[in-house]
Design a protein around this ligand. Structure first.
Ligand code: PRP
Ligand code: ADE
Length: 171
């Protein structure tokens, strides 16, 4: 796992003063590390009854779609407002560096879907908690939430006590 850490770059004061931004672009640029990362993300879920993967725009799309591909299931995009063309369900939430909303198509989830939620970073947990709520509003069951990394000092896990949480790296 330490090898994964060498591919995550710290950018100070981005996107706002005081934020130490964890940049995953070196990781996704490196095919070997990217494959290792995706294999570790899917590890606990290989022989489970996951029927779909959901991921949050934008970085969750990168890891989420690769995980969906490897598990052989479909991908549900949870998008920033105004991007989805059909009727949507929306949730609002707080971020480490601001406020945001996510939307999903009202028919994105099949009844009884067992969904694995994937994102790159668990920070305050606001995005993930809102995403779980959005999936549940649409009739899905969250099996687990998996992240490349968690920022432990922001206690995001406290927002996700109702769900199994799996992270590859902790800062
Ligand atoms: O745990 P939280 O405090 O909610 O923060 C984590 C979220 O913040 C980042 O996304 P961001 O909204 O910056 O969007 P991006 O992927 O488009 O950069 C990250 O990719 C997570 O989705
Ligand atoms: N510090 C951080 N670095 C990268 N993504 C984030 N999402 C929320 N906080 C973040």
């Amino acid at each position: 796992m330490e090898n994964l850490k060498t591919k995550i770059r710290d950018i100070t004061d981005f996107p706002k003063p005081g934020i130490n931004f964890k940049d995953i672009t070196p990781l996704v640029q490196d095919p070997k590390t990217l494959r290792t990362c995706v294999e570790k993300l899917i590890g606990p879920y290989k022989n489970t009854q996951i029927t779909a993967v959901a991921g949050m725009e934008a970085r969750g799309f990168i890891f989420g779609s690769l995980v969906a591909w490897e598990l052989g299931v479909g991908f549900i995009p949870l998008r920033k407002p105004g991007k989805l063309p059909y009727d949507v369900q929306k949730v609002d939430y707080d971020l480490e560096y601001g406020q945001a909303s996510l939307e999903a198509h009202i028919d994105a989830v099949n009844p009884g879907d067992n969904i694995l939620l994937i994102d790159d970073v668990l920070a305050t947990g606001g995005t993930a908690k809102a995403s779980c709520e959005l999936i549940e509003m649409l009739g899905g069951n969250i099996v687990a939430c998996a992240f490349v990394m968690e920022l432990g000092f922001l206690n995001g896990r406290q927002q996700l006590v109702d769900y199994p949480v799996h992270t590859l790296l902790t800062y």
